[in-house]
Structure formats: C-alpha cells, structure tokens
Design a protein around this ligand. Structure first.
Ligand code: UD1
Ligand code: CA
Length: 453
C-alpha cells in the first residue's frame, strides 16, 4: 500500500496578528509545519504535498531544503477545496491528511492510524472533548457506526450535544477522494467546500469509517493564536524533559528546561534551572550544567562542569573541563580534556590543549594554545586589524602574564613566558621570556598636586 501525505497550510492565521505565516511560527525553535513534515517523513510516505496559500512563498522558502510537492490554493474555499488542489500531485493508494497548524502529532500515532486505511476503509481521527464547541461533530447511528460529520455552524441542538469531535486528520483511499472531491458542494453555513462531507459520501458508497483516538489530546491540538502556541510549546517541552529524566538525566525543574533541537545524552547528567539547549547538542556522562546556560550546537564530553550563566555556541568540549561561570565559547572553540575557561572569558576559533587554562577576563580568537599553558587574566589575542584575521599560536606549558596583548600573527614558544602587561608583536622563542612594556621609573620626592583652599 503506497502512501501520500497532504499537509494543509493555506490558512491566513489572522488571529496570530503576525507578518509571519502561521505555520512558520516555531515550536521549540522549529516552524510548526516542519514538525508536521517530520512526523509525516517518519512514515516514509512516497510523497508529501503541502497546500499553501497566503504568504506561501515564505513557507516554500523556509522548507526549500525538503523534497516536497507544493500545491497552491490561491483562494481559501474550504478544506475540501484545499485537498483538491493537492490531488494532481497524488498517485498513491492512501492519502493521509495533516495540518500545518497541528504540530505535535506523533509518528507512532500516525503509523497505527494509517495502517487502518485501505481501498474500502477511511481512517478518521476523533477525540472526545469536555467542551466540543467550534469543532465538527461525529454523528453515529444507533449501532455506533459513523454516519457523517456536521460542522458546529451547521449543527442542530442534538448534534451540538455530541462530544466526539473531528480532529481533521484523515487517511482515505485516493481513488475515492479523487471521485468525490469534485462533487463537494458549498451550500452550507460557511459557504465552503468541506472535506468533512467526504465521510457522509463514503458511508453512502459503502466504505467503512474506522475511527481512532490519539494517545494524548495535545497531539491533535491546533494553533490559532499565540496563547495556544505557548501552550503547545510548554507541552512539547514537558514531554522532552520527562523523556530525558526517564533516560537518566536529572532535571532540577522540568518547567525550566527548553530543548530546541536534538539532544543526545549520557547518564547522570544534571541540568540546573533555565537551561536552554539549541540545535544539535551532545552531553556526555555526568556533565553538569549550571543555572542559566545557553548551549547551542555543542558537544560536551563526560564529567565536564559548565557553571552558571555560560553561553556556548559551536564548541567541542573535552572531558573533565571546567567552564564558567559567565564564560562565552563561540563557534570553532575546541577544548581538550581538563581545560579550564573561567569568568568573562570569550573564545572564538580557539583550540586549547589538555589542561590549558584561561581563568579570567580574556579574549582568545583565532588561537591555538598548547597543553598546560596558562593564560593570565586580561590577556587579549589581537586577531583582527579591521580587515584580516590572524592567528596566535602558543606552545605547551607557556605562561602568559596578565593583561598582555598578543598581536597576531604571532607565535609564543613552548615553555615561554610573557611578562605581565606586555604588548607582544614579535615571536617569543621556546623557553624565553618575552617582555614588551616600558620600563618602570621611580621618582623620589614626588609631590602630589595640592588643592587650593
Ligand atoms: C475543521 C473541520 C472540523 C474540525 C476542525 C478541527 C472542516 C470543514 N472542518 O474545521 O470538522 O473539527 O477542523 O480543527 O474541515 N485550510 C486550508 N484551506 C482552506 C481552509 C482551511 O488550507 O481553504 C486549512 C487551514 O489552514 C487549517 C485547516 O485547514 O490548518 C483547518 O481549517 P479551518 O478553517 O480552521 O477548519 P475548522 O473550521 O477549524
Ligand atoms: Ca481550525
């Protein structure tokens, strides 16, 4: 049985009050529609078609890396009309219909759902709700067989009392869809071509309607405004935090952890409050992340401690390192095992060898620092002349005195020492002392200026 997925994403999203198309608003840093595309992909369908409309060019651009079919629905004439626009791209046996603004549907649920559909059976995702107001209602006969769906605005009082609603998610044989979509009529309360009318027509034609409910109600929650967006964001984050805790990660407060990307974790990791993990992050066993850290696209090996308020972006950090508090590691930073980066130290494109230390107030850019070297407080690599970036290379076991400016390109040899306060403009050979500062004079009998009274 071949499978096509059609994702409806043509809605205007007026209630978002945004210049950004609704389906591009992110959950966990990723556009809602991308969550849906990823869930669809997990089923390995033969095709995915996105129906786009208002602001659709932005949606296409945002998803340009994906191989998707794009069906334009120039005018929003209803969900049935939207699916009809996708049909020229669809040749598979079964069509799964998803929504770009229903982002948290899980692949496991969809797998079970799609397996129920075949040439004679439509799978229909429904939900019983305490307050079904606004949704289409599932109308069943005395034997409990689904007869049709009636929209809120077209329903009578008895129908409005039904608490089983249509989630909109549907898996339908293509042949039947292709036959009935052109027959849909818009003579209803909203003057729209309702996809939901397909159900009644299927019953007439003798097809079976097989309903299924998702494991969690939030899987079929849609987003119409930013309040609903925030609610789903929190649900998504809670689910991720719980999965991490079950996998052996201590999360000090699951309501104050945000994972916006993919996280690979060892065990006995501790994540303190307000940890934000972005992109691809890998944390080794027993890594400890202090409060208020932002970590993006980074690998951190076992037993490393990241102290409070550190920002790490594009860095590879070895085992048993110590970083922060208040450290900023920028892209291209590589720390070998046991390296230490202290407070108010910024690194970019910098490699620190095993056990190397920069404990206070430094900028290390385009630098290579040998094992066990010590970078004194206030050391700056002057790597940029306004046009070119140049490199600073420091050998093993070097000692850079406090408040030194290393004017790149420059090499400091292994075992070399730089006197505090130096401006180093020429290479320092191995094991030499480099001092580049004016000599101190002491003036005897110096009188301080006196105030007149
Ligand atoms: C629809 C269902 C309703 C169900 C509810 C669940 C129909 C007729 N009704 O109602 O039974 O309970 O969803 O949320 O299907 N869209 C397009 N093009 C259009 C119209 C809609 O792409 O011309 C997209 C929207 O972007 C949205 C989705 O389809 O993502 C649902 O459309 P919406 O108008 O919100 O349908 P509802 O009235 O909520
Ligand atoms: Ca809706």
């Amino acid at each position: 049985m071949t499978l096509a997925t059609v994702i409806l994403a043509a809605g205007k999203g007026t209630r978002m009050k945004s210049a950004l198309p609704k389906v591009l608003h992110p959950i966990a840093g990723k556009p809602m529609v991308s969550h849906v595309v990823d869930a669809a992909r997990a089923l390995a369908p033969q095709s995915i078609t996105v129906v786009y409309g208002h602001g659709g060019e932005h949606v296409r651009e945002a998803l340009s890396a994906q191989s998707l079919n794009w069906a334009l629905q120039a005018e929003q004439l209803g969900t049935g009309h939207a699916v009809a626009q996708a049909m020229p791209f669809v040749s598979e046996d079964v069509v799964l219909i998803l929504y770009g603004d229903v982002p948290l549907i899980r692949p496991d649920t969809l797998r079970e759902f799609v397996a129920r559909a075949n040439a004679d059976t439509i799978a229909l995702m429904t939900l019983n709700m305490d307050n079904p107001t606004g949704y289409g209602r599932i109308i069943r006969d005395a034997d409990g067989q689904v007869q049709r769906i009636v929209e809120q605005k077209d329903a009578n009082d008895a129908e409005l009392a039904v608490d089983e609603i249509n989630t909109g998610i549907l898996a339908c044989p293509r042949a039947f869809l292709a036959e009935v979509l052109p027959k849909l009529k818009s003579n209803n309360a909203q003057g729209e071509y309702y996809l939901t009318d397909v159900i009644g027509m299927a019953v007439q034609a003798g097809l079976t309607i097989d309903t299924m409910q998702p494991a969690h109600g939030w899987e079929v929650d849609g987003v119409n405004d930013r309040v609903q967006l925030a609610r789903l964001e929190r649900i998504y984050q809670r689910v991720q935090a719980e999965a991490l805790m079950r996998a052996g990660v201590t999360v000090l407060d699951p309501t104050r952890l945000d994972v916006r990307g993919t996280l690979q974790c060892g065990t006995d990791i501790v994540l303190d409050i307000n940890t934000v993990l972005i992109g691809e992050v890998t944390l080794g066993d027993r890594v400890s992340i202090g409060p208020n850290c932002v970590i993006r696209n980074a690998r951190i090996a076992a037993d490393t401690v990241i102290e409070a308020n550190s920002v790490i972006d594009g860095a590879v950090i070895g085992a048993s390192c110590h970083v922060g508090p208040f450290a900023r590691l920028r892209p291209g930073t590589q720390l070998a095992d046991h390296a230490r980066i202290g407070n108010f130290v910024e690194t970019k494109n910098a490699r620190l060898g095993e056990g190397a230390k920069a404990n206070h107030l430094s900028y290390l850019g385009d630098a290579e620092i040998g094992a066990h070297s010590n970078i004194g407080a206030g050391t700056i690599t002057c790597n940029y002349d306004g046009v070119n970036k140049s490199k600073t290379v420091i050998g093993d076991n070097a000692f850079i005195g406090s408040n030194s400016a290393l004017v790149a390109p420059v090499n400091i040899g292994a075992g070399a020492t730089v006197g505090a306060g130096s401006v180093i403009t020429a290479d320092v050979p191995d094991a030499h002392l480099g001092v580049g500062r004016s000599k101190q004079r002491n003036i005897a009998g110096w009188q301080r200026p006196k105030k007149k009274d």
